[in-house]
Design a protein around this ligand. Sequence first.
Ligand code: AMP
Ligand code: MG
Length: 405
Amino acid sequence: MSEAGKAGLMAVDAALAAILAQAQPLPAETVSLTHSHGRYLAVDVAAPLDLPPFRASALDGFAVRHADTPGRLRIVGESAAGAPYGEPLGAGEAVLISTGAVVPDGADAVVPVEWVPDAGGETLLVPERVNDQNAIRAAGSDVRQGTVTLARGTRMSAVHIGTAAALGLGRLLCGRPPSVAVLATGSELRQPGDRLAPGQIYNSNAPMLASALATAGASVTLLAAAADTQTEHREAVALALEHDVMVSTGGVSVGGHDLVREVMAELGVHELFWRVAMKPGKPLSFGVRTQPDGRRTLVFGVPGNPVSALVCFELFVRPAVAALQGARDPGPHYAPGTLASSIRRDPGRDQLIRVRRAAGGALEPLRGQQSHQLAELAGADGLARIRAGADELAAGTVVDYLPLR
Ligand code: AMP
Ligand code: MG
């Protein structure tokens, strides 16, 4: 048995797998193209037409038969963008053409306007041989009709929206964003903007998690912080359980005021694991609440220390929110990163070290690595995952790097 297993901790990868196993995509809904940014496609999108839809000119010039060049040609008309020249091109003829305009039937090349600076009037002199198909974009040379162009599970960004628009798609079938309730717990918490009495601190986790959830595509409800009493916890957790996902922070450790898991259990949450072999973030709990009508809530109890809260969010909650929307690859999206200095491994737990990328790209651990040092985390570029082990990882070792921006 591993060190982590002995201590009753869930391994990080096993915890993620357990969460994703519960995060089946929510039903899809139709979304207008203009509102689809950040949404996940629920189906493969096949091109309903060729792109370009017709043979188009790649530049301004003259559509010709290449076999007629070099030579003097008769200008018989114009094909402008959106206003094609209606007839087939005959031998010895040329048609003035603009970029993106239909190349007339019979033409097999476009002579760039730069080649024929004094073209005007009725004829033009093409000084050189032009190649067959010169400056012609074949129909379907970008996309062939019927080809899957945007795959199911793609998260729509500007370029995907542009592609869907080019294909004429005004509406898309996308995964429904989960509604997520954020609940901070702790009698010491005050809202930013309020005055602090002795012993109080500001609630940083709730707004932080709400903003992180918004970037993950969730529809967020921020609940008022609950004091460390059974009554306030019960009320707040009951409200939070009306959502597809609830994320609480604080109150999941072993202190006498840590009531969250107990109240969750009372309200029907079936806990699937508590405590993960990681640092920070060890006290994370995860469960599911199923209502009599079958509606389910994924329930995350993330620790109260702000760095732990954000690390748990990035490793577990963000992937779950993506999976609920039907993401093809819910993450976390680690990239390889090289350690700038050596790091001692922890025998029992994976460490998520706050790092900055140095000039050459190597990962430099920040000085403040304690789980309350949120301001220090704010200066980090990302997290380096140092897997549990007995030895020290030398400078130059390649590890999993999770960018935070
Ligand atoms: P807990 O997990 O409730 O024992 O909290 C651990 C530490 O995190 C304590 O120092 C709390 O004051 C702090 N903490 C808990 N919740 C928050 C929060 N929402 N914002 C900032 N700090 C918090
Ligand atoms: Mg607390």
